[in-house]
Design a binder for this molecule. Structure first.
Ligand SMILES: Cc1cc2nc3c(=O)[nH]c(=O)nc-3n(C[C@H](O)[C@H](O)[C@H](O)COP(=O)(O)OP(=O)(O)OC[C@H]3O[C@@H](n4cnc5c(N)ncnc54)[C@H](O)[C@@H]3O)c2cc1C
Length: 290
């Protein structure tokens, strides 16, 4: 059991559905919000001592949660982890800062590099772990340093040469990211804001509204467009149980309130199989599954 000093932070059997974009899934066996480093470190150390896995919930825009219990301590970072500081052409963001707030702040200060990420939901931590991005650019290309805590509760500063980013992946899956330092280019704030707005308009037209129960099902495959692959197998509008592909936003899935993670997985597997048979291309799931 968690020690008395930490039990005040812990909730048991905490429902998670409302905290992720798809709004489905079960509960966390343990759930806590950490607002400063001391509490976060203590929670990680204690979870390690008790042999309880730790999972981090960012904005929940890339999570598919199964029904039942997530047997872990699910941590959400708040408070000091939501801050953003600017020093010359460096922007230092807490991992729980919203990606869109950070991009706007960078633009306001005439710091260019992140504006192509406009419209991607979620937090800095989630974006860096998933190396989120658009076709020709990803967040990892602009990261100088990552501050993190390992599962035993030890603090680390990972410099550029220790960081590995590949297409929608990083080598940061097993740590808790607490902060990220970006190296950006100084430009006229009006020009950065103009680029940000232009990217945002394009993105907004290409993805469903944030109010919908939606998720991005597949990583965009290199060399082919997801829309062409779906059309080639006649699956742009296919459905499985309570999960359906959104016809006007190819590659995005929408669920209804009766959907389960299994509906989403069945849909995803059926499409991936058909695409592989038809084109030889192996689609990779974008969603992280708990
Ligand atoms: C409408 C829509 C549009 C999207 N468009 C794009 C797009 O254009 N490009 C793209 O790449 N993605 C896109 N996505 C996917 C998703 O938004 C991104 O991957 C986003 O960066 C995930 O951030 P998050 O904070 O929501 O992460 P979450 O969904 O909360 O978590 C994702 C993973 O990151 C881990 N994680 C989160 N925070 C931390 C932390 N501090 N430390 C360690 N691990 C952490 C979680 O444990 C989990 O494994 C889109 C999703 C939606 C719903």
């Amino acid at each position: 059991m968690f020690s008395d000093s930490l039990s005040q932070y812990i909730q048991q059997d905490e429902p998670l559905a409302s905290r992720c974009w798809l709004k489905i899934g079960g509960s966390a066996s343990y759930y806590a919000e950490a607002s400063d480093m001391e509490v976060l470190k203590a929670l990680c150390t204690e979870a390690h001592r008790l042999d309880i896995p730790v999972k981090i919930l960012g904005g929940g825009s890339n999570l598919l949660i199964r029904p039942g219990s997530v047997d872990a301590l699910v941590l959400r970072l708040v408070g000091e982890f939501q801050s953003t500081t600017i020093r010359e052409n460096h922007l230092i963001a807490g991992s729980a800062a919203s990606l869109s707030d950070v991009i706007s702040k960078a633009a306001e200060h005439g710091l260019s590099g992140l504006e192509h990420l406009a419209g991607i939901p979620g937090t800095i931590g989630g974006a860096v772990v998933c190396n989120s991005g658009v076709k020709n650019d990803d967040i990892g290309s602009h990261v100088l340093q990552v501050h993190a805590i390992d599962r035993e509760g030890n603090l680390h500063t990972l410099n550029r040469d220790a960081l590995k980013f590949s297409f929608r992946r990083s080598n940061l899956e097993d740590v808790v990211i607490t902060g990220v330092e970006f190296a950006l280019e100084r430009l006229d704030p009006q020009e950065v804001t103009r680029r940000l707005q232009a990217n945002w308009i394009v993105k907004k037209a290409a993805q469903p509204a944030s109010s919908a129960r939606v998720g991005k099902l597949f990583v965009e495959p290199g060399g082919s467009r997801i829309v062409d692959l779906l059309d080639a197998v006649g699956m742009r509008s296919t459905a499985e149980g309570g999960a359906a592909m959104i016809t006007q936003f190819p590659g995005f899935v929408q669920v209804n309130e009766n959907a389960t993670a299994n509906d989403v997985l069945a849909l995803s597997n059926r499409i991936a199989r058909a695409v592989e048979v038809q084109s030889g291309i192996r689609l990779r799931s974008q969603l992280r599954i708990w």
